[in-house]
Design a protein around this ligand. Structure first.
Ligand code: F6R
Length: 602
C-alpha cells in the first residue's frame, strides 16, 4: 500500500527521495509527493499517477547543503487519487506523510474546523498536520506539540513530520504500521520497508509500535511510553528482492501471512463496534434495489459465490452469480431493479469489464469491489468499494480473495442493517465474528510446519477433490484452484452432497479428498458425505476443529461460534497446503506457468 521515505543530511535530497520511492513502486500506488526543507525554505511537489510524473515536476529542482526531506507514495483509501489528496499534506508551515488509518480523524477534523482550520483534502492524514500546528500554538517546543498530537491520534499509523518551526529535524512515530530508520555515517534515512534504503544505509533500526522521536544532524532521539530509549542497530541486508519479500520465500507466502493485517485495513472505519458504515454508498443507494447480480472471474468469482449465501441469508435479497465470460454471450435478462456488482482484484479483467459495460447499457446501477483505485472497472462503475489489500504480486491470488470476501460480508450486513432484515442482536453477533477475523488469520508456526510435513504425501495420485457445503463449497472451489494453479496437479472443488451423484465413481486410495468440515455449520451432513468417500477407500485429509476418526490426515482448526471465522481459518490452511505442495514439486510459486496476473484479453 502506501510507502514512506525520509532523509536528513547533506546529500542531494530530491534524488534520494525519488530513488527511494522508486523502490517502493512494487507496493502499488496512485500518486506520489515530496517536501524538502533547506535554509528555511520549503519546496514541495506532488503528482498523480506514475513516479515519472513527479520526476517531471521536480526536474528543475535540486537541493544543496544540509536539509530535511520526506516523501510518499499513496494508495488511495480515504478520497480519490488526486494531487490534493496526495502526501505530503501541508498545514501553514509544516508537512506530514503518513501510512495507516487515523480512526478518529472525523472527530478531530470537526473540532479543528470549529476553530477555523481549513482542510483541502479528503484524507485522514491532513488532520495530523493541522492538529500539530494547533498544539504548537500552546506547546513549549515542537517536540512537545508533536507528542501531544500523537496522544490524540487513534488508529494505526507510521508518520514523518517536518516543520519550518524546526528546520533541522524530522519528527517520526510508529504505531501499527511499519517504519524503520537507516544509518550511514551522519546520514539518517526513514522508510516503510528495507528496500528504499538498501544501498544507501548500512545499519538499520526497526521501530517498534509506540516508538517516536526525532532525527537531526547525525543523531536519532528515540522515545517510548517510558521516556527516552537506547537502541542498537543491525546490519542492513543487501538483497532488494529478498527485502521486498520481508524474509518470506515467495510473495505468495508473504501475502498469505499478511492477510491478518490487511483484513484490519479492510474493516477499518467500516466495521464499528455496533454498526456497519460504508461511506462509499449514498444513504438511498439500495432504495429501489430488489436483486443483486454479480459478475467476476476466477478467484473473484469464488468470492462472489460465497457472498450469494450471505446476501440471501442476511440481506434477504436475491443474488445471482455469473462467470463474466459466460454472462457476456448469454443474452441475459436484466431489470433496472437489479444492482450489478463486479468483483476484480486488478480492475482490468477484460471479461468482467465488458460484462459491466453491458449492464450499464441496460441501465443497471453498478458497484465494483476492487483492489485498485482508478482501474478501468472502478472508473466504469457508479460506485466502488476498495478492498485495501495492497498490491498482490503472487499470481495466485490470496489476500485479494480474503479482502473481497470480507467486503462482501460487510456489504451484506450493511444492506441487512439498512433494510432492517437483521436484528441488532444478529448484527452484533456478525460484527463480533468479523472483529475476530484478523486473529484467526494469523499463521502459527505449528500449522505451517504441519502442512509442510504433510505435503510430501500429496505429490502424486490421480487427483484432488476439495469438498464442502454452503459457504465452504466456494471455498473448496478456491482451494482446488489454488492447488491447480501452482502445483499443476488436477484438483476439483465440489459440493460435498453432490459427490454421490457421479464423482464418487473416481474414489480409490489414489483420490485425495480435502474435506472442509466446519463444526459450526452442517457438520453431521458433511461428515456422512466424507464417510461415503472413506468407505470407497478414498484418501481423506480432513480440515476441522472436530477430530474425525476416518481421516487419513487431520488438520485441526479452532472451534468457533461463527462459520465465517471457520471459513477464513480454513482458507489459510488450503492456501498453505497448495504452497507447500508446489514448493516440494519445485514449481515457480509466484509466477506459475501459463498464467498472468492481469487478464486483459477475452
Ligand atoms: C487466481 C486468480 C485469477 C483471478 C482472475 C480474475 O488465483 O488470481 O483466477 O482471480 O483472473 O482477476 P481479477 O480479480 O483481477 O479480475
Amino acid at each position: 500500500m502506501c510507502g514512506i521515505v525520509g532523509y536528513v543530511g547533506f546529500k542531494e535530497k530530491k534524488e534520494i527521495l525519488l530513488d527511494s520511492l522508486q523502490e517502493l513502486e512494487y507496493r502499488g500506488y496512485d500518486s506520489a509527493g515530496m517536501a524538502v526543507i533547506q535554509d528555511d525554505t520549503i519546496h514541495h511537489f506532488k503528482a498523480i499517477g506514475k513516479l515519472s510524473n513527479l520526476k517531471d515536476k521536480t526536474k528543475d529542482y535540486q537541493s544543496q547543503g544540509f536539509g530535511i526531506s520526506i516523501g510518499h507514495t499513496r494508495w488511495a483509501t480515504h478520497g480519490k487519487p488526486t494531487e490534493l489528496n496526495a502526501h505530503p499534506h501541508l498545514g501553514d508551515y509544516s508537512y506530514v506523510v503518513h501510512n495507516g488509518i487515523i480512526e478518529n480523524y472525523q472527530a478531530l477534523k470537526k473540532s479543528l474546523q470549529a476553530k477555523g482550520v481549513k482542510f483541502v483534502s479528503q484524507t485522514d492524514t491532513e488532520t495530523i498536520v493541522h492538529l500539530f500546528e494547533d498544539e504548537h500554538k500552546t506547546a513549549d517546543s515542537v517536540f512537545e506539540a508533536f507528542t501531544q498530537t500523537l496522544d490524540k491520534l487513534k488508529g494505526a499509523y507510521a508518520t514523518l513530520l517536518i516543520s519550518k518551526a524546526d528546520t533541522q529535524t524530522i519528527y517520526f512515530a510508529k504505531h501499527g504500521s511499519p517504519m524503520l530508520v537507516g544509518f550511514e555515517g551522519d546520514d539518517i534515512y526513514f522508510a516503510s520497508s528495507d528496500t528504499p534504503i538498501i544501498g544507501k544505509a548500512t545499519a538499520v533500526y526497526y521501530l517498534e509500535d509506540g516508538e517516536y522521536g526525532y532525527a537531526s544532524k547525525g543523531k536519532l532521539h528515540l522515545f517510548d511510553a517510558h521516556g527516552k530509549k537506547d537502541f542498537s542497530t543491525q546490519v542492513l541486508c543487501t538483497d532488494k528482492v529478498l527485502a521486498q519479500k520481508d524474509g518470506y520465500r515467495f510473495f505468495m507466502e508473504k501475502e498469505i501471512y499478511e492477510q491478518s493485517t490487511v483484513m484490519s485495513d479492510t474493516m477499518m472505519g467500516r466495521v464499528l463496534d455496533h454498526s456497519i458504515v460504508l461511506d462509499e454508498l449514498d444513504a438511498d443507494f439500495f432504495q429501489d434495489i430488489k436483486a443483486i447480480k454479480i459478475c467476476a472471474c476466477g478467484t473473484s468469482y469464488h468470492s462472489a459465490l460465497t457472498s450469494a449465501y450471505l446476501f440471501e441469508r442476511l440481506s434477504k435479497i436475491r443474488c445471482d452469480i455469473e462467470i463474466a465470460s459466460e454472462f457476456r454471450y448469454k443474452e441475459p435478462l436484466l431489470t433496472p431493479d437489479t444492482l450489478f456488482i463486479t468483483i476484480s482484484q486488478s480492475g482490468e479483467t477484460a471479461d468482467t469489464l465488458e460484462a459491466l459495460k453491458m449492464a450499464k447499457r441496460a441501465g443497471l446501477k453498478s458497484l465494483s469491489i476492487c483492489n485498485v483505485d482508478n482501474s478501468s472497472i472502478v472508473r466504469e462503475s457508479d460506485t466502488a468499494i476498495l478492498t485495501r489489500a495492497g498490491i498482490e504480486k503472487g499470481v495466485a491470488s490470496t489476500k485479494a480473495f480474503a479482502t473481497q470476501t470480507m467486503v462482501l460480508w460487510i456489504l451484506s450486513l450493511y444492506i441487512g442493517q439498512t433494510k432492517k432484515t437483521i436484528t441488532q442482536e444478529i448484527l452484533q453477533k456478525e460484527i463480533d465474528a468479523m472483529l475476530h477475523i484478523p486473529k484467526s488469520l494469523q499463521v502459527s508456526d505449528v500449522l505451517h510446519e504441519k502442512l509442510h510435513r504433510l505435503s510430501k504425501r500429496y505429490l502424486h495420485g490421480h487427483g484432488f477433490f476439495f469438498i464442502g457445503r454452503d459457504i465452504f463449497y466456494p471455498l473448496a472451489l478456491e482451494g482446488a484452484l489454488k492447488l491447480k494453479e501452482i502445483s499443476y496437479l488436477h484438483a476439483e472443488g465440489y459440493p460435498a452432497g453432490e459427490m454421490k451423484h457421479g464423482p464418487i465413481a473416481l474414489a480409490d486410495s489414489e483420490l485425495f479428498t480435502i474435506a472442509l468440515m466446519p463444526k459450526s455449520m452442517h457438520y453431521e451432513k458433511i461428515k456422512s458425505n466424507v464417510e461415503e468417500l472413506s468407505a470407497r477407500d478414498a484418501t481423506i485429509c480432513a480440515i476441522s476443529p472436530e477430530p474425525f476418526a476416518l481421516a487419513d490426515d487431520f488438520i485441526q482448526t479452532k472451534y468457533s461460534f461463527h462459520p465465517m471465522v471457520e471459513f477464513f481459518e480454513m482458507m489459510v490452511v488450503t492456501q498453505l497446503f497448495a504452497l507447500e505442495i508446489a514448493v516440494r514439486l519445485g514449481n515457480d510459486v509466484d509466477m506459475p506457468r501459463n498464467l498472468a496476473k492481469s487478464v486483459t484479453v477475452e
